[in-house]
Design a protein around this ligand. Structure first.
Ligand SMILES: O=C(O)CCC(=O)C(=O)O
Length: 259
């Protein structure tokens, strides 16, 4: 990592990584995603395939040809699928992440987030560290656009520098219908603040896990997909040892009593 990139990451809490994935790599990940969704019964959450709440509640009905547009997330597909497990070791950001987190590196989460055309939901401002059962909250996410991500189709928004503050409480927003499970809003954030991070397919944003970030609704006729991998140090401890704490060792050592 260039010293100016490191300085920028420390100051702003995020860093743009242009052209991180080649167009071939992007196509491959999208094809593997289609394979997984095709094997999942319509509207039934299974093996990490999470259907949009509007599909499950029948608010939106899709034809068989469009079924893939009803899934909003593949969650931890590495647990269920050899391709996605192997993908964790192939991610091109690993060297950069190792520079930030040290040589004992774990993947803490793997998500493929899809915002369907027209009905793709808004995801409120949140801090990923609030969801994650490890301390210190110094983890890193790498969010890679698999389609061109624009303001219109729901790109990421960030509040630069917000990672300098602590983790705050999150709650279910009361004024939003059909929000997907787990979409919480960080207290004290305003919905009209922040900086949009539009990215062409294959480019990425790396960000700190206390950075407030959100994504808007998809108002276009085209979906917006992103591959997000979250990283932590194998030396960190579970925040609540009584709760499950799953992670995958990628590099270096593992430690007893740690994540
Ligand atoms: O891709 C999105 O729409 C939101 C992603 C996000 O907030 C996250 O990965 O924590």
């Amino acid at each position: 990592m260039h010293p100016t990139q490191l300085e920028q990451y420390r100051r702003d809490g995020f860093l743009i990584l242009p052209d991180l994935l080649s167009p071939e790599f992007v196509r491959e990940v999208c094809a593997e995603t289609s394979r997984i969704v095709a094997a999942c019964p319509y509207g039934q959450d299974q093996k990490g395939v999470c259907w949009d709440r509007q599909i499950k509640e029948g608010v939106v009905k899709l034809s068989e040809a469009d079924r893939e547009l009803g899934v909003f997330k593949l969650h931890h597909s590495y647990k269920h699928d050899a391709y996605f497990r192997a993908l964790l070791d192939r991610m091109p950001e690993l060297d950069l992440v190792e520079e930030l987190l040290g040589p004992d590196l774990k993947a803490y989460a793997q998500q493929l987030i899809m915002k369907p055309p027209h009905h793709g939901q808004w995801q409120p401002y949140h801090q990923d560290g609030w969801y994650f059962n490890y301390t210190p909250s110094e983890g890193v996410a790498v969010w890679i656009a698999l389609d061109d991500a624009t303001v219109e189709n729901g790109c990421l928004w960030v509040i630069p520098g917000s990672h300098h503050g602590p983790l705050v409480n999150h709650h279910v927003p009361k004024d939003v219908n059909h929000l997907n499970a787990g979409f919480l809003e960080a207290e004290g954030t305003k919905r009209d603040e922040g900086l949009a991070v539009p990215l062409p397919a294959g480019s990425a944003v790396l960000f700190h896990n206390r950075l407030f970030h959100m994504s808007g609704p998809n108002k276009t006729a085209f979906r917006r997909r992103a591959l997000v991998t979250h990283y932590a140090s194998a030396q960190w401890k579970p925040r609540d040892p009584s709760k499950p704490c799953e992670s995958v060792a990628l590099r270096g050592r593992s430690f007893a009593g740690c994540i």
